[in-house]
Design a protein around this ligand. Structure first.
Ligand code: ZN
Length: 194
């Protein structure tokens, strides 16, 4: 019986390391100084079938300190200052110019990033404005790693459909032409949505 318990324990430890090894480091809300959301609503559909890519349409950031400040400001703008009155920062994750991933609402809570898809998508924002210049290779790699992690941890469907914000709302040019071109080359990109 003792050795049975040891084997179960070993399997548990291996599984733990395996799941950690496949997910990139994510800078927590505490680390970037987030304020608490005023409300939270869990996704009802799991795993979510869509991922929507945005740019923040703000200045980009090059250092971790600068990224934390920009994201903090973005959260305040989303929640009140400019009249958005959202419950929290609008996105699930943000990717900084420092190549780091920052946690927004996280995998489990509904976002407020594109009206018709909020209840069935994870919204990821690349910090900056990408109309003319694309994000860095490090940012795109972080995005790919985050998506893999989402599938492996069963937060997003294995056959998820990846779209740009502009495909869900034709009045927006988000995430900028240069980033949109890169999204079109990604494996899960869905060209059927205009
Ligand atoms: Zn957008």
């Amino acid at each position: 019986m003792d050795s049975f318990i040891q084997i179960v324990f070993l399997i548990f430890i291996c599984a733990l390391f395996e799941s950690e090894a496949t997910c990139p480091n994510i800078i927590s809300r505490e680390e970037w100084g987030a304020i608490r959301p005023t409300e939270k609503h869990l996704f009802l559909v799991r795993p979510v079938p869509f991922v929507v890519i945005h740019h923040s349409d703000t200045l980009g950031c090059n250092t971790t300190q600068q990224c934390k400040e920009r994201i903090k400001k973005l959260q305040l703008q989303n929640m009140s200052i400019l009249g958005s009155h959202l419950h929290d920062i609008r996105y699930h994750f943000m990717i900084g110019g420092d190549g780091n991933i920052y946690q927004g609402r996280g995998w489990d809570n509904k976002g407020a990033h594109v009206k018709t898809y909020n209840s069935r998508s994870i919204g990821i924002s690349v910090m900056g404005h990408y109309e003319n210049e694309p994000p860095s290779a490090a940012q795109m790699e972080a995005l790919e790693n985050l998506l893999k992690c989402g599938v492996q941890t069963k937060k997003i469907a294995p056959d998820y459909r990846l779209i740009a914000h502009r495909q869900a709302n034709s009045q927006r040019n988000c995430p900028g032409e240069a980033l949109f071109e890169l999204i079109k080359k990604m494996h899960h990109w869905d060209p059927t949505l205009k």
